[in-house]
Design a protein around this ligand. Structure first.
Ligand code: RB5
Length: 148
């Protein structure tokens, strides 16, 4: 069985939350790859980090991405440019669950300035512990990937 990793990255606005999520994931025993940044002193453009996470998932489709910027919006827009990515902007327990259940999301986007760390940890846990429902949703995500 292929080794499943959590690939995480942020911009400067998401850095603090990224660090908290990495601590949580590591404590929970996940294999985590941190694609930076490693400080929030230098501004980082979110498309650059979204691109790195997408490249990893293209090579290792079993991996799950976590992307954090100020609102999660920019990361979500950037990473969803790739046809093999299904990223969900998660802002409550329902979106955390449904984006896995119905959309088979392989990336979760969170807002470091909009979501308190305790909530983000809860949403991430729900996301990681929810399986895709398949069935009619399989056809829909297939169509999603075919869109040009
Ligand atoms: C950075 O100031 C902010 O624009 C960025 O983190 C993000 O929220 C964009 O979507």
């Amino acid at each position: 069985m292929q080794d499943k990793k959590i690939i995480i990255a942020s911009d400067h606005a998401g850095f603090q939350l990224k660090e908290k999520l990495i601590s949580h994931l590591t404590e929970e025993g996940y294999n985590v790859l941190d694609l930076g940044p490693y400080t929030d002193v230098i501004p980082v453009d979110y498309p650059d980090k979204a691109q790195l996470v997408a490249a990893d998932i293209q090579e290792h489709p079993q991996n799950i991405g976590v992307l954090i910027c100020g609102t999660g919006e920019g990361m979500c827009m950037a990473v969803n440019k790739y046809s093999f990515i299904r990223a969900g902007l998660v802002y409550n327990e329902e979106t955390a669950k449904m984006t896995r259940l119905h959309n088979d999301a392989n990336v979760i986007c969170l807002g470091g300035r909009t979501t308190p760390p305790e909530s983000a940890i809860k949403y991430l846990d729900i996301f990681l512990n929810t399986s895709f429902e398949g069935g009619r949703h399989q056809r829909r995500i297939q169509k999603l990937g075919d869109l040009k």
